[in-house]
Design a protein around this ligand. Structure first.
Ligand code: PMP
Length: 297
């Protein structure tokens, strides 16, 4: 067994206290922060690297290069260390110090881009550098179909099995949209009645790290807005408040996008009839944001 074998099969935790605000709707969350590098991105990173090895695009001596707001970079850095590949990561300079240190601890090289350009700036710089295909293997998480496929092959199957097939709604935020696209597709194949709901920040200038405001940013290649049956909009303040509630009321210490997901899941659940089963994801751990002002409470 190695670290690649430790990805997935995360627990499905019921948000029992928060769901009391609904009229008999159950809300569950996949504890993705329990993946080996601490986030949901282990699933996609693992799948993209294995695909690179199998297709012959990732060969010995090449460096793994990608753009990342943090979590995918940490996952690539970890797997790169385990598989013996160097890793180069482009990321916005304002990405949290904890994340940067984690990537460096695994031996990755960091290329910081302007915070004003957000994740698009990191993406464009990485894409330009990746033209040197002799030096770099560029997984391109925004356009690599192995990313959503990882969730189609694992997350969706796990949710179906862990709910004994009674899940009625899947709701999650979108960075690359890999989690949303892959998981929704699988769940709809099991039961076309499952509703796929996408979470969106209510403003282009938001603080829900790791999540994209789709209308104002470059769309990932595999993102299809029509895959969503509905959208739930959340504010940064709302996501912060729910992140604190998850810690204090559920004992779940998560990152901000998880708080945003739980808030959106609750708002959705309040509109649903008794017996509905809503599933969302807790994307990463609160430890990754400890130096952020909002934890100083
Ligand atoms: N939350 C966080 C904290 C993330 O880092 C990401 C990935 N950028 C997501 C949510 C969204 O995941 P995905 O890329 O699968 O849409």
């Amino acid at each position: 067994m190695d670290v690649l074998d430790c990805v997935g099969n995360t627990p499905l935790i019921e948000l029992k206290n928060i769901s009391r605000e609904t009229s008999g709707v159950r809300i569950f969350a996949k504890a993705e922060f329990l993946n080996p590098s601490g986030s949901v991105k282990d699933r996609a990173a693992r799948a993209m690297l294995l695909d690179g090895l199998e297709s012959g695009r990732l060969t010995s001596g090449k460096r793994i290069l990608d753009a990342t707001s943090g979590n995918t970079g940490i996952a690539f850095a970890m797997f790169g260390a385990a598989l013996g590949f160097g890793v180069t990561l482009y990321l916005p300079e304002n990405c949290s110090e904890e994340r940067k240190r984690m990537m460096k601890s695994f031996g990755a090289e960091l290329m910081e881009t302007s915070p004003l350009e957000g994740s698009d700036g990191a993406f464009l710089s990485a894409r330009a550098a990746a033209e040197d295909t002799d030096t770099y293997f560029y997984p391109d998480q925004y356009n690599n179909i192995a990313n959503p496929r990882a969730h189609y092959d694992t997350t969706g199957v796990e949710i179906w099995e862990q709910t004994d097939g009674v899940v009625t709604h899947f709701i999650t935020g979108m960075g690359t949209s890999g989690t949303f696209m892959g998981t929704s597709k699988r769940l709809k194949e099991y039961n076309p009645g499952v509703q796929a709901v996408a979470v969106q920040p209510d403003s282009p200038f938001h603080g829900v790290e790791g999540v994209k405001h789709m209308d104002s940013t470059i769309h990932p290649g595999f993102y299809d807005p029509n895959a969503a049956d509905a959208f739930e909009w959340i504010s940064t303040e709302g996501a912060y408040a729910m992140t604190r509630r998850l810690a204090k009321e559920e004992g779940l210490f998560t990152g901000i996008s998880s708080g945003g997901n739980a808030l959106a899941a609750l708002n959705l659940a309040k509109k649903l009839r008794s017996g509905s089963v809503v599933v969302t994801t807790l994307c990463d751990s609160g430890a990754r944001y400890l130096s952020d002002a909002f934890w100083r409470v």
